[in-house]
Write a protein that binds this ligand. Structure first.
Ligand code: BG6
Length: 743
């Protein structure tokens, strides 16, 4: 009998002499022998009576890797889930000329009542073990047989038996980022992995063929992992080994876990869906006395389709949407402006979004938060490749997306560490200036509306903050971005700025803060008699704009209800009443004359009552500050964790692109000028109509390059160039200093 069931385990025997053993408890493969040599490690202290997961072999991790984290539904499940601690069934056994196969099954009816309550989904797992003369294949299929979708992780937690851990080398993961669970940090793998202490590393999204050879005196193995994207490497070393009751103190020298699976992110499996998730071949490989373990996705393309299906990425759907908007020979539908914002965004991400430069900016791994059309938020997204990012953008078609901090760990991997160990380490210093904060002083528009008149408040804010950041703090890489409707964002991207902690951010904000107090507070500015040089400089900008902004465009001194806002700031009731009377007597007098009258009245009062100097002398100056100085939303700036809408989003309400604004053009910026998607479509069609497709230039150009978006993207590219220049210079400096240390 090629497969025999002996009480609690299935024994597979191949005519060549190869054999394998699989416990029904956990469907844990505990032995695989080729030429009478054991390849799989099981601890001498392993408990095999079904009261605890078997320490060794290939325990099956499902549906959660490690310990789940609240609020995810797996939070209360046992570590590594329930598959490895449930009693499986032997479903079928078979053999043919070359292989002996046993198939094991577990479904929701077979797990404990307790685990069923904790994870109330209907599933079935089929685990196939196929033994050949020199290879063994293990494949776990996950089926959702219920009517609701569920998330799962899976992992073939393989313990390999090795002669000497100190000689193990894992190669092929060089260049891959991994989460070091021991140090709770994300690390870039440089070179081979050697064991010199505890190792608990999760390599996510392993794209290429990965080989993990290790030195062995007696031949080796080669492992192909198919359709799996993550690899875990684990050895508990001295400390952890001693802490495990079912593991001998010295046994860490004889094992290494090289585990393949899907653990960095949960896989969502729709009702009725199935996935061949964990698929691994191990070949006996006596070449050059080496054992080689290969992890990767050489055949993964086949499995990838399964994954795409799980993610509902239906290419034919995308094509259907894409066709009416096709560019090139066929113009994009002129009906584009009739399309809803959802359709417009779809077009925008496909044709106009400047993925390449944008990804370059994202490259320092900012966290992205997507807001989908139905107001769903998807947080903590980060991307390693442009393709990955582009695919998600097109698939999710977000209404907007925000950028956040860089963390010590890839945001997507945060569930692998304690919440306290997930730490934001860098983000641009940002400012958010929103026109609604000027509602108490502007008269032309209210709320979300803006016009060219009130936009001047933003111009003043940009000028004042920009020069302060450059002259007072020495920052160079500042990007101003239109928020798409009623405000502006400032991104200071110098390395020094990105590394500021929250206290330092607060200090910068309070350095700039002049307007204090909420809507109830009348007088919001009380500056010292002698201004700090930075405020003197700001005052020059204020003087340039105050008259036009306050007298002309906002007409503050034209109507009693508006000029009252200024009069109530005068603390001297007599002066206040006198000016009011005079203005009421001649309401149509020019605002500049009214203002001169205010200055004169205050001057006279001080001349007659020197005791009033302190209260009145600098009042006009403070009023000018109160009516023109930037109003900052400090929460956005002071918390490194705070998200801010990304440049090049399309504002879902106005349909306008959030374009960068060069500081030298800030005076001329018109908030109604950034392009909308229908406008871009029109420009693109116009370009294509006037440039034959045979034209080389036209073929080479990206769609955004054929539109008015071009100048904004090119400005953004120049900004990025400056930044990368800085990074290069810093690296050179670092290199130079370490060289001098070498001497
Ligand atoms: C690895 C995990 O897969 O399994 C480690 O990355 C964990 O963090 C190890 O310690 C063993 O887990 P357990 O539950 O079998 O002791």
């Amino acid at each position: 009998m090629p497969v025999s069931l002996q009480s609690n385990k299935a024994i597979l025997t191949h005519p060549s002499g190869a054999s394998a053993e699989v416990y029904l408890y956990g469907a844990t493969l505990t032995s695989w022998k080729v030429a009478n040599k054991e390849r799989i490690f099981v601890s001498e202290k392993a408990i095999l009576d079904g009261s605890k997961a078997i320490r060794g072999g290939i325990p099956l991790v499902f549906p959660v890797f490690g310990k789940g984290k609240a609020p995810h539904v797996t939070a209360a499940l046992p570590q590594h889930g329930f598959a490895r601690i449930s009693q499986w069934k032997l479903l079928i056994s078979s053999d043919d000329a070359n292989t002996v196969t046993a198939e094991f099954g577990l479904d929701h009816t077979l797990i404990s009542e307790e685990n069923r309550k904790l994870w109330p989904f209907d599933f079935s797992l089929v685990y196939t073990v196929k033994l050949a003369a020199e290879t063994i294949e293990t494949k776990l299929r996950v089926h959702n047989v219920g009517d609701k979708s569920f998330d799962f992780n899976t992992l073939l937690h393989t313990y390999f038996l090795i002669p000497d851990a100190s000689k193990v080398k894992v190669v092929g993961l060089s260049g891959v980022d991994y989460v070091d669970k021991v140090l709770a940090t994300t690390v870039h793998q440089e070179g081979d992995i050697v064991l010199e202490g505890e190792v608990d590393s999760v390599y996510a999204n392993v794209k290429s063929d990965v080989q993990i050879p290790y030195v062995a005196e007696e031949g080796g193995v080669q492992v192909h992992l198919k359709g799996l994207s993550d690899v875990v490497v684990w050895n508990p070393w001295v400390g952890k080994a001693a802490a495990m009751a079912d593991f001998g103190n010295d046994e860490f020298r004889k094992m290494i876990c090289v585990e393949a699976g899907q653990v960095a992110e949960f896989i969502a499996l729709a009702a009725g869906g199935q996935a061949a998730m964990s698929d691994m071949d191990i070949d006996h490989d006596p070449r050059e006395g080496q054992r080689t373990v290969e992890a990767g996705q050489p055949e993964g393309q086949i499995e990838k389709d399964d994954l795409d299906h799980l993610f509902d990425l239906d290419d034919s759907e995308l094509d259907k949407v894409d066709n009416p908007w096709m560019t090139g020979a066929k113009p994009i539908s002129s009906n584009a402006d009739g399309g809803d914002i959802h359709q417009q965004l779809m077009l925008y991400y496909r044709h106009f979004f400047p993925f390449k430069p944008f990804f370059q900016w994202l490259n320092y791994d900012s966290k992205i938060c997507w807001t989908l059309m139905d107001e769903t938020f998807i947080r903590f997204q980060s991307y390693r490749t442009l393709e990955e990012f582009k695919n998600d953008m097109i698939r999710l078609n977000p209404a907007k997306f925000d950028l956040g901090a860089i963390y010590n760990i890839r945001p997507k991997d945060r569930h692998m560490v304690r919440p306290a160990a997930f730490i934001p380490v860098a983000k641009e210093m940002v400012f958010d200036i929103d026109m609604t904060d000027y509602d108490e002083i502007r008269t032309c528009c209210k709320g979300a509306d803006v016009c060219n008149k009130c936009w001047e408040f933003m111009t003043v804010a940009m000028k004042i903050i920009d020069v302060a950041m450059k002259d007072d703090f020495g920052f160079k890489h500042i990007l101003w971005v239109y928020s798409g409707r009623r405000g502006i964002h400032c991104w200071i991207a110098d390395e020094r700025a990105r590394k500021l902690n929250n206290d330092q951010r607060k200090a910068i904000v309070s350095y700039l803060e002049v307007i204090k107090g909420g809507t109830q507070q009348g007088r919001k500015v009380k500056l010292p008699n002698t201004l700090h040089p930075s405020l003197s400089r700001s005052f020059e900008t204020i003087q340039e704009h105050f008259r036009n902004l306050v007298f002309e465009s906002q007409e503050i001194l034209s109507e009693p209800e508006n000029w009252e806002k200024i009069l109530t700031l005068i603390p001297d009731e007599g002066v206040q009443a006198r000016i009011r009377r005079s203005w009421e007597d001649s309401p149509n007098r020019a605002p500049s004359l009214k203002w001169t009258e205010l200055l004169d009245s205050i001057g006279n009062e001080i001349a007659q009552h020197s005791a009033k100097r302190q209260a009145l002398e600098h009042l006009p100056r403070d009023i000018m500050f109160q009516f023109t100085y930037p109003r900052l939303d400090d929460k956005v700036s002071t918390n490194i964790n705070h998200l801010l809408k990304s440049p090049f989003c399309v504002h879902p309400k106005t349909g306008r692109v959030c374009v960068p604004i060069p500081i030298e053009d800030c005076e001329d910026f018109d908030p109604s000028s950034p392009p909308t998607v229908p406008q871009l479509v029109q420009e693109l069609n116009q370009y294509d109509a006037t440039h034959p497709t045979s034209d080389d230039d036209s073929n080479r150009l990206q769609d955004w390059q054929k539109t008015s978006l071009r100048k904004h993207v090119e400005y953004f590219e120049r900004f990025l160039k400056g930044l990368s220049h800085e990074t290069r210079e810093n690296k050179l400096k670092d290199g130079a200093s370490s060289k001098s240390l070498d001497f």
